[in-house]
Design a protein around this ligand. Structure first.
Ligand code: FES
Ligand code: FE2
Length: 363
């Protein structure tokens, strides 16, 4: 007699609805993982900066005079006024409250009347820095000062992405589209990380871009790597030159746990997803598209519009319905569909993701 098989069940609904669990994730997971900050093209000149928010913390990235990109908490070391807002270019960072002035390296340079203070040690005061790493032109920060480098978290992903997008250094954002979703960030990320729903819900994607029967998702450290072939050329919704590059006929994505994904559409078209969790019931998804110099490209613009009108729109309805369902008294988490052969109709990637989600909350 064979022993009964223990089914792997989906995560309890409270993980997606409980504001206390969201707080645990915000103060823990989001503050100790690599989070997308922006793109290097936003910091072309020394002094260029942009602000952003991670785990409820206001931060900014700036290029210093030696050309190095730095990230800091956006707070003055005097009496906590915020230093900068939006984007801009600064020769020095001057606090709007009492005009304490910092070098672009974060060191305090001057402040009105500070010399009158006996024992004032100017050299001991510096903005609080945050770890920042560039990854194929994209900037990521980690609020954990002891964070391991991205290569340890996502082994091999940088080299693989470079092979798919060898011209990444020329690319700049063509558009970043904001897509608010009324759901927990994990509902959106899980939906992104399986293609079991693709054939039924994403006609255009499944028949005009990729070949679902070749789709698979495998973990690679804390990266979930998606791979598939492109659709037969006569069925593709846009032209692809297969001779342009060894990966021109492939689709691949690299989801970097917990809230970012690089995607390369057939024809080596780079695009990204990044998620900004708002609260237990809301997430904002940003869809990014890139072109050489950020210049308009007919093919990429049309592909982006098609994607926004089909896959993205279709997913909004799915994830918002799931979030409503998570609040139903009638929901009992069902078994995941784990096909030992993996493939498009298996949820093995959701199993991995939910293990990471449980670890983030329960330790
Ligand atoms: S709070 Fe910044 S100078 Fe006083
Ligand atoms: Fe989807």
């Amino acid at each position: 007699m064979t022993a009964p098989v223990e089914l792997v069940r989906s995560l309890d609904a409270r993980y997606y609805t409980d504001p206390q669990i969201f707080q645990i994730e915000r103060n823990g997971l989001m503050a100790r993982t690599w989070q997308f900050a922006g793109h290097v093209s936003q910091l072309k000149e020394p002094g260029a900066y942009f602000t952003f928010e991670i785990a409820g913390q206001s931060l900014f990235c700036i290029r210093d005079k030696a050309g190095e990109i730095r990230a800091f908490y956006n707070v003055c070391q005097h009496r906590a006024h915020e230093l900068v807002s939006g984007t801009g270019n600064a020769g020095l960072i001057v606090c709007p409250y009492h005009a304490w002035t910092y070098e672009l390296t974060g060191k305090l340079r001057s402040g009105p009347n500070i010399k009158a203070v006996p024992g004032f040690d100017r050299d001991a005061i510096c903005l609080t820095s945050v770890k920042v790493e560039e990854f194929c032109g994209f900037l990521f920060v980690n609020l954990d000062a002891d964070a391991r480098p991205m290569e340890d978290w996502f082994p091999g992903a940088r080299a693989q992405l470079t092979a798919f997008v060898p011209n990444y250094a020329e690319l700049e954002p063509l558009q970043w589209v904001e897509i608010p979703e009324n759901c927990n960030w994990k509902v959106s990320v899980e939906n992104y990380s399986e293609c079991y729903h693709c054939k039924i819900n994403h006609q255009t994607f499944a028949t005009g871009i990729i070949k679902p029967e070749t789709y698979d998702i495998q973990p690679q450290g804390y990266c979930l790597r998606h791979t598939t072939e492109c659709q037969n050329l006569e069925s593709m919704t846009y032209p692809v030159d297969l001779d342009a590059n060894e990966h021109a006929g492939d689709y691949s994505s690299w989801f970097l746990w917990p809230m970012f994904s690089f995607q390369v559409y057939p024809g080596n078209v780079l695009n990204t997803y990044h998620w900004r969790a708002v609260d237990a019931d809301h997430v904002v998804v940003w869809r990014g598209w890139y072109s050489a110099g950020g210049l308009d490209s007919d093919i990429i613009s049309r592909l982006a519009a098609q994607d926004r009108g089909t896959t993205v729109e279709e997913d909004i309805h799915l994830v918002e319905s799931v979030q409503r369902g998570m609040k139903s008294r009638g929901y009992r988490p069902g078994p995941l569909v784990l096909d030992p052969a993996c493939g498009v109709n298996s949820e093995h990637s959701v199993k991995v993701l939910q293990q990471w989600m449980r670890e983030a909350v329960d330790g």
